[in-house]
Design a protein around this ligand. Structure first.
Ligand code: IMP
Ligand code: MG
Length: 183
């Protein structure tokens, strides 16, 4: 399938497999945090679909907040400089925090965010990511809950964008340069 003339989309993880992955994560999180005061911090925008599926499968009460981070560098790769463009609003002091992220790539975004949340006095800060591109790690960061490890492909759909496109796709796809424009 070709869209916008430039890229081909290929399904990487179909919606039924995504649902099973999210259910598995929700069950583990529910078992691990059975005793209250959990705040989920969703990293905007890419994790919004993942978060909304995840929270509806949890069997424990949670508070939900959002953070938005900007990282400077080329569009397909984050650089070292990260800025908070929308901060959390719920006080997290003394609480357990679980960061909900779409993809860990170089690890720079989550390294920054984890340290920042810990410095705000959270009791614990753990990370739940739908996808992990482990081979691309540049700084050490280990997610506590990983939906699926994937190869170094550029993914879109299920909330994740390429230049703000494709977030609405229900399956997780990856993009390649369109076959007919390849030289
Ligand atoms: P990191 O700081 O390099 O780990 O960057 C992680 C962020 O880069 C993710 O939260 C995504 O927003 C973005 N990103 C990394 N890989 C992809 C991809 O394949 N598609 C879309 N966004 C990506
Ligand atoms: Mg992200």
């Amino acid at each position: 399938m070709t869209t916008k003339e430039e890229y081909d989309l290929h399904v990487l993880i179909p919606r039924n497999e995504l649902a099973a992955i999210v259910k598995g994560l929700a069950d583990r999180i529910s078992a691990d945090y059975s005793s209250g005061d959990l705040v989920l911090v969703c990293v905007l925008k890419g994790a919004f679909v993942f978060l909304s599926d995840l929270v509806r499968l949890l069997q424990i009460p949670v508070e939900i907040d959002f953070v938005r981070l900007a990282s400077y560098g080329s569009k397909m790769k984050s650089s070292g400089t990260i800025e908070v463009t929308k901060d959390i609003e719920i006080p997290i002091e003394g609480k357990d925090v679980l960061v909900v992220e779409d993809i860990v790539d170089s690890g720079r975004t989550l390294h920054f965010l984890r340290d920042r949340l810990s410095a705000s006095g959270a009791r614990t800060v753990r990370i739940c990511t739908l996808l992990d591109k482990k081979a691309r790690r540049e700084v050490e960061i280990n997610a506590d809950y990983v939906g699926k490890e994937i190869d170094d492909v550029f993914v879109v759909g299920y909330g994740i964008d390429f230049r703000e496109e494709y977030r609405y796709l229900p399956d997780l796809c990856y993009v390649t340069p369109a076959e007919r424009t390849k030289k």
